[in-house]
Design a binder for this molecule. Sequence first.
Ligand code: 26Q
Length: 840
Amino acid sequence: MAAPRKSTTGSRAEAQALERSRDLPNTRTAPDVESLKRAFAEHLQYSQGKDEHSATSLDRYFAAAYAVRDRLMRRWLQTQQAWYREDAKRVYYLSLEFLMGRLMENNLINLGLRDNLKAALADLGIDLADLLEQEPDAGLGNGGLGRLAACFLDSMATLSLPAHGYGIRYEFGIFDQELRSGYQVERPEGWLRFGCAWEVPRPEYVVPVRLYGRTEHYRGEGGALRVRWVDGRRVHGMPYDVPIAGYGPGAAVNTLRLWRSRASQELDLADFNAGDYLRAVEEKDVSENITKVLYPNDLTVMGKELRLQQQYFFVACSIHDILLRHLKTHDDLRRLPDRVAIQLNDTHPSIAIAELMRVLVDLHDLPWDEAWEICRAVFGYTNHTLLPEALERWSVDLFGRVLPRHLEIVYELNRRFLDACRGPGKVPEEAIARMSLIEEGSPKQVRMANLAVVGSHSVNGVAALHTELLRTELFRDFAALWPGKFNNKTNGVTPRRWVLAANPELARTLTEVLGPGWVTDAGELRRLEPLAEDAGFRRLFRQVKRQNKARLAEIVRADGGLELDVDSIFDVQVKRIHEYKRQTLAILRVVAEYLRMKGDPTYRPPPRSYLFGGKAAPGYAMAKAIIKLVNSVADVVNHDPDVRGRIAVCFLRNFRVSLAERIYPAADLSEQISTAGTEASGTGNMKFALNGALTVGTLDGANVELREAVGAENFFLFGLTVEGVQALRRRGYAPREIERTDATVRAVLEAVAGGRFSPEEPGLFRPIVDSLLGNDPYLVLADFADYLACQDRVSRAWAEPEAWTRMAILNTARSGRFSSDRTIREYADEIWQVRSTAID
Ligand code: 26Q
């Protein structure tokens, strides 16, 4: 079944030559300024074929990128040799999304080349910052889940863990967001248009994958019942490897392997020989469509056939690859759990459980029970959401058509699992119905979350509160059966990208006072605490923030023309647009502020700039309406001379990793205002806090732990708790009652629904207001009054700049726990049992 891998064993002479080249004084990859200059000049000529007259900015970016890439390669090889030599247990992180953003600056920083390259380019009259802007974001994800995977890769390499990421090389990542008259318009984003300097195609490692077809049951050797999957379509998975450099001298360079679908030649040739050239080419199209585009939905899943193909395609390629690597050095698949841990980033890759069963049982002839034990020992599953609409289910019909053998396997797993649950004194029948891998009803559906729970030895939530809710609500039946399986791994973010790269001024200040250790040991930030009492340091901290605000203001000006006042509060809510995240709550408060200022000229809170940003799923009408509302409120408020200089509203177009890197460092206030019990963790909250923003937040997700870490007195808390939310829902939430009794709510809703922000189309925002007054599951109006009161506390706190700065410093000082290094150590020790191996 496997395409032959054309790796050969080289001659002794070749090995000696390579050995010598490694020992030689290393001019090609030396890190000094002169060598970098020379490398740049050579790549401009010999890789780009350009001279100083013809080179574009893009050519210069590529020349510099190749110079950096050369310096990655040797450590990459060394790392892979070390994993092989040590026979290290490896961890595989399977994810449909890796939201990497730009790669060049992080590679420079992690390799310790940034200053030298900056100097080398400066000597040539080139500004490094300008070059870095040439690189498009690798936007291969939607939001939190995809960015978490990217932060994890950075931490795993920095901690020198033998880790591999597996994902899809989408030709089109998350769409570019444009605004037309305040409405979101999606544009395809072709990040590969000019090629990617950081990927290495590996056509010699293609993997064949089957889809559709049917199963044949037959008697094998000794009369045993066996199954094979036949017919259907064949496609090829071609890997593209992206090196992932850890930070610092002892760190690893790991691999992110992204699969691209290609037409399988066998099929093309068969059609071609039959004289149907056009059909052959069409078939090629269908095959290559699988990895064309990222699904831009987060949290609302629809059972699209192509999405199932994507999931299975990349899983099949990855499992094949993992087993091949294992079998290179071990002949026994039963030892797999000692050598391999596979982490499933949500249920999206959970078909891997059925695929590993298929490969072990059908192809390698292992007994079912043994195969199952191996699966459960190998897989871990991370859940990222409690929202019911986000739980993946596939109709049995569709699933069985695309993956006929896997459906049989799921049914057999389910039969055995439910049999084991039944019996006197065991699991009650109604719990069994909830735990079944198949949801009865029409249509019947495969429950991917249940498959992932049953097929893993570990199920983790992404914040303490979220994990508690998994245990007591979503997976309560499973938790009763297997209490030890459920565990918490609170999310984290990488301080390399989110502080060192994004906030160089803050980073320099931190290193000056703390030394460089905080970059890999974020707990060191705690030593900043006493400096919160130092007036000189506070001044410095404020200066850094002010510079960052000026830098963001310049970006906003260049993109939209709005002039932000850098002395105003930068009050920021950036994240995907979703009703549960309650951008509506924030914008309704802006309206309330605006109306209050209009009605009472003596009301003079400190000036604020309200910055919003985020993408709406293209099919999510309510989210798109919210974007339009923000832009419409901005239009009115920003043009009203009565409030000029006191309030500004700005929707930041096309929120993405590279823009986020400019936003978090510039924020004074971080809005984390989801309904308690809905946001699994949040990770933006951590990026803000590390960069010295104060949080206005509910007791939801990781906000709970963030508040504990920074201290309740340095966090603006409001809103219902999870228990409060549950109690209110039981009592019956009556938003009309709130409207009747709260004059501010009434005035705000009247303004929005009555067309004050949409005079051309007075009814435009009626649906938003109707939904808030109807069966709103997110209880926006229930938290409204408390949110306003809380924001008044914020305004009063801002009026005391020294006290504010003290709080901001303490937020940075006490957020070290939210480094993804801490998170990854916990995964490595408690789920994967993999160890760091230093690279010499
Ligand atoms: C599934 C099927 C079909 C199409 C799309 C999807 C899909 C894609 C992306 C479903 C969900 C997602 C993304 C979920 C996500 O980003 N969740 C967030 O994960 C973060 C990291 O753990 C948390 O911090 C956030 O709280 C959580 O919302």
